[in-house]
Design a protein around this ligand. Structure first.
Ligand code: SF4
Length: 343
C-alpha cells in the first residue's frame, strides 16, 4: 500500500491525520501548524501584553506541561516580552498530586522557569484526602474547584503576576458548554466560551463575582489528542494518571459522551465551541458589587466568600451545609453545586 505524503510539504511521509482539518501531515509540518495556531490564538485574542508576568497553572499533566513548553518557545520565537513562571496547587491527594508535583519540579528545571507551590493544607487546613473522608466522594470536586480557584488567585498575587494562563483545551471547553446546557446553568453557559475570564465583569466559579487577575486559555481551539501527540513527539515529561476521585465527577460522563460523538463527527468539538460562542445569553439585571469576604478578606461579592462557607461546613462537622441547594446558614448566601474543575 503506498504511504501517503504530507499534504503540506508534499515530501515527507505523513505521520498524523488531524481531526480538525483532515490534513495528513509529517512530524515537522504538524509542529509548525500546532505552534502557529496557538500563536494566532494568543495574538488574535490579545491574551498577553508585553511585560506581563504570567503564572502558568502547572499540574504536571499533559496540558500544562505542553503549555509551559510552548509558551516558552513562542515567547522566545516571537519576542512576546513575557516573564513566565509556574504555579502549582497541591490539593493533598495521595498517589496523584504528590507524584505529579515531582514532574512539575522537573519541568521547572528543564524549562528554567521559577515555580511556586501552594497547598490546600496550608491555605485551608484541609487536604482533599481529608475532605473526601469527611464528605464522601459525591461532592469532592465542588470543594476542590472552589478552593483551587481561590488558591490560584492567591498564588498569582504572591508571585506578582498580571495574568494566569491555564491549560484548558478545546475538549475541556466543549465539555463545559455541554455540562452547563445539561444542568440548565445559563449564567455559566454565557461565559464558558470566553478565552479570558476574571475580566472584572464576570461571576466567578462558585457564585462569587471575581475582580481578580485575568485568566486566559491559549489552548481554547487545541484538541486534546494533538496536545498528547505533540508531547509524545517532543518527548516531554508529563504525568498521565487521572485523579483518583475523578470517576465520580459529572464531567466524566459528559466526556465519555463527547468521545463517542467525536468518533462519528471529528469536528464536533469545535462545532460545540462555535455554537457556544454564538449563543446570546441575557445578562442578569443587577450586577453584584465588589467587596471582600469578612472572614478571609479575599475579594468576593458575598459577605462571606464561597471558600469560607465550605470551610465553615467542614470545620463544624456539617460539610453539606456549604454545598446544599437551600442553605441552612442564616445570613449566608446559598451555596451552589458544581465547582468542578479540570486539573
Ligand atoms: Fe479535584 Fe479534579 Fe480530582 Fe475533582 S477530579 S477532586 S476537581 S483534582
Amino acid at each position: 500500500m503506498p504511504v501517503a505524503s504530507c499534504s503540506r510539504c508534499k515530501v515527507a511521509r505523513a505521520n498524523v491525520k488531524r481531526s480538525k482539518t483532515a490534513d495528513c501531515l509529517c512530524k515537522e509540518c504538524f509542529f509548525y501548524c500546532f505552534e502557529t495556531e496557538i500563536h494566532e490564538t494568543i495574538t488574535k485574542g490579545r491574551l498577553f501584553k508585553r511585560g506581563d508576568t504570567v503564572a502558568i497553572g502547572a499540574s504536571g499533566g499533559k496540558d500544562s506541561t505542553v503549555l509551559a513548553y510552548i509558551l516558552k518557545l513562542l515567547n522566545d520565537r516571537h519576542d512576546y516580552g513575557l516573564h513566565l513562571q509556574l504555579l502549582s496547587i497541591d490539593e493533598g491527594i495521595t498517589g496523584y498530586r504528590d507524584d505529579s508535583l515531582e514532574t512539575v519540579k522537573q519541568n521547572g528545571v528543564d524549562y528554567a522557569l521559577p515555580l511556586q507551590i501552594l497547598s490546600y493544607e496550608d491555605l485551608y487546613g484541609w487536604t482533599m484526602d481529608e475532605i473526601v473522608r469527611a464528605t464522601g466522594v459525591r461532592n469532592n470536586c465542588t470543594f476542590c474547584g472552589v478552593f483551587r480557584r481561590q488558591a490560584l488567585e492567591r498564588g498569582a498575587q504572591l508571585m506578582k503576576c498580571s495574568v494566569i494562563a491555564t491549560g484548558h483545551n478545546a475538549d475541556d471547553i466543549a465539555e463545559t458548554i455541554l455540562m452547563n446546557i445539561l444542568r440548565g446553568d445559563i449564567a455559566r453557559l454565557g461565559r464558558s466560551t470566553n478565552i479570558i475570564t476574571n475580566d472584572n465583569e464576570e461571576e466567578g466559579e462558585g457564585g462569587d463575582l471575581s475582580w481578580g487577575i485575568p485568566r486566559c486559555k491559549p489552548f481554547k481551539y487545541t484538541y486534546e489528542k494533538e496536545i498528547v501527540l505533540y508531547a509524545r513527539f517532543k518527548s516531554l515529561l508529563y504525568f498521565s494518571t487521572e485523579c483518583i476521585y475523578s470517576p465520580n465527577a459529572y464531567r466524566g460522563h459528559v466526556r465519555v459522551h463527547l468521545k463517542e460523538l467525536e468518533k462519528v463527527r471529528p469536528s464536533v468539538i469545535l462545532d460545540i465551541i462555535h455554537s457556544g460562542e454564538c449563543l446570546q445569553v441575557a445578562r442578569p439585571g443587577r450586577l453584584p458589587t465588589k467587596g471582600v469576604c469578612e472572614r478571609c478578606a479575599f475579594i468576593s461579592s458575598q459577605r462571606v466568600c464561597k471558600a469560607c462557607v465550605l470551610l465553615q461546613g467542614l470545620n463544624s462537622g456539617r460539610p453539606k451545609l456549604g454545598i446544599c441547594k437551600s442553605s441552612k446558614l442564616r445570613g449566608l448566601k446559598r451555596g451552589e453545586e458544581g465547582g468542578e474543575d479540570v486539573s
